[in-house]
Design a protein around this ligand. Structure first.
Ligand SMILES: [Zn+2]
Ligand SMILES: [Zn+2]
Length: 385
């Protein structure tokens, strides 16, 4: 990013924070949290602490950071070195990112460039360049409404696990659009606050369906069908067993029509045979589980993007979703205005912000509203020249 571009971005962020200072809400128990930020020069600063909402707002206007973060953890001394902070507890957090969900649209809108021979192709980045075998590959990942719809679906599934399987109340769960490529789910003010890394990894495995097998459903090669009939789950069972039984009760299979889900599962098991059935249940678990970034959930010192701050790679807000179903990131999280700005776009797929369609662009100079210009600049696809 050239200097002129950085200066323009900083100015846009500064004006936003200045005009919207009162909208910057501080997290609960702010004084016990560590804050950090990344500057536009990509320098990461951590171990900060703010005493009042005013301090935080003044800081944002002064520093114009690329990204601002706060710890999910509560500390006795948030500004001390990591092992001296004194950990009290941490919110339970989940990160759902489009990168982790293989949507088909990625084949169309993602591409990569070999830094050694400039060879470029669509789709997911290969491990090495097929032309020169170079390993220095630059990824240009885009995110489209389909990608974000896929991440929202994962967030909806996760909510279901948290509410039904873990008994967490709705009031303790906040869902946010991350401002970039997905959703963040935070559980605050709950008894889970004190859970250590290992316990959080159990929760992460549970919602991801890891460790679930046919035995947990009551199926084993050695069991008789009568025994299986006793052990198999019913659709209204709680937890994973009920989820899987419900899936089987609703699925269509060879016009099978009995309402007894156990009989149906045994019928399908006999038809498919053990190995195929096992693979099939694996696929079902894949569908019903939620694709979270386990590293984030198990990290009890994690710093997470601060709600209502700008995402440096999009100029969009990390924004709370009051109604997840109707939330539209390309409208509800758009933060910057429509002042015209001239930029040079290297390339960009077509995209929509606030109902306005932009692009596609290819090596051209265009005048765009600030929100769209910053969106492309943040993604490294355009510059101010
Ligand atoms: Zn190459
Ligand atoms: Zn997409």
């Amino acid at each position: 990013m050239n200097e002129k571009t950085v200066a323009v971005l900083k100015q846009a962020f500064k004006e936003f924070y200045f005009k919207n200072a009162e909208k910057i809400i501080t997290p609960i128990r702010m004084k016990e949290r560590e804050f950090g930020y990344m500057s536009f020069d990509k320098v990461m600063v951590r171990h900060l602490s703010f005493q009042t909402e005013g301090d935080l707002r003044a800081f944002l206007i002064k520093e114009m950071p690329h990204s601002v973060y706060y710890s999910c953890a509560y500390y006795y001394e948030p500004t001390f070195a990591m092992d001296e902070k004194g950990w009290k507890g941490a919110d339970l957090i989940f990160d759902i990112d489009a990168d982790d969900i293989p949507t088909r649209c990625k084949e169309e809108h993602d591409h990569w460039i070999c830094k050694d021979c400039n060879f470029m192709d669509k789709g997911k980045r290969p491990d090495k360049c097929p032309k020169c075998e170079g390993m220095r590959i630059d990824e240009k990942n885009w995110v489209c409404p389909l990608c974000l719809k896929a991440t929202k679906d994962e967030a909806i599934k996760l909510m279901d696990f948290l509410l039904k399987d873990f008994g967490i109340t709705k009031e303790n769960i906040e869902v946010y659009f991350s401002g970039g490529r997905g959703y963040h789910v935070t559980v605050e003010r709950s008894a889970l606050e004190e859970l250590d890394q290992l316990a959080r990894s159990e929760i992460s495995d549970y919602v991801s369906g890891i460790g679930l097998n046919l035995e947990s459903l009551g199926i084993s090669k050695r069991a008789s069908y009568e025994k299986m009939q006793r052990m198999l789950p019913l659709a209204n069972d709680s937890g994973w067993r009920g989820r899987i039984a419900k899936f089987f009760s609703e699925m269509e299979f060879e016009c099978y029509n009995s309402n007894d889900v156990k009989d149906k599962m045994i019928y399908i098991y006999r038809k498919m045979k053990h190995k195929n059935f096992e693979n099939f249940v694996g696929e079902v678990i894949g569908k019903l589980s939620t694709k979270i970034d386990a590293m984030v959930t198990t990290d009890i010192h994690r710093i997470f993007r601060l709600p209502n701050t700008l995402h440096g790679s999009t100029g969009m807000l990390k924004r709370r979703c009051d109604d997840l179903l109707s939330f539209d990131p390309f409208i509800d999280a758009v933060a910057l205005g429509e002042e015209p700005m001239q930029i040079f776009v290297d390339h960009s797929p077509k995209f929509t912000l606030m109902g306005k369609i932009f692009g596609p662009y290819k090596s051209e100079r265009v005048k765009l509203p600030l929100m769209a210009a910053v969106y492309l600049i943040g993604k490294g696809l355009a510059e101010v020249d």
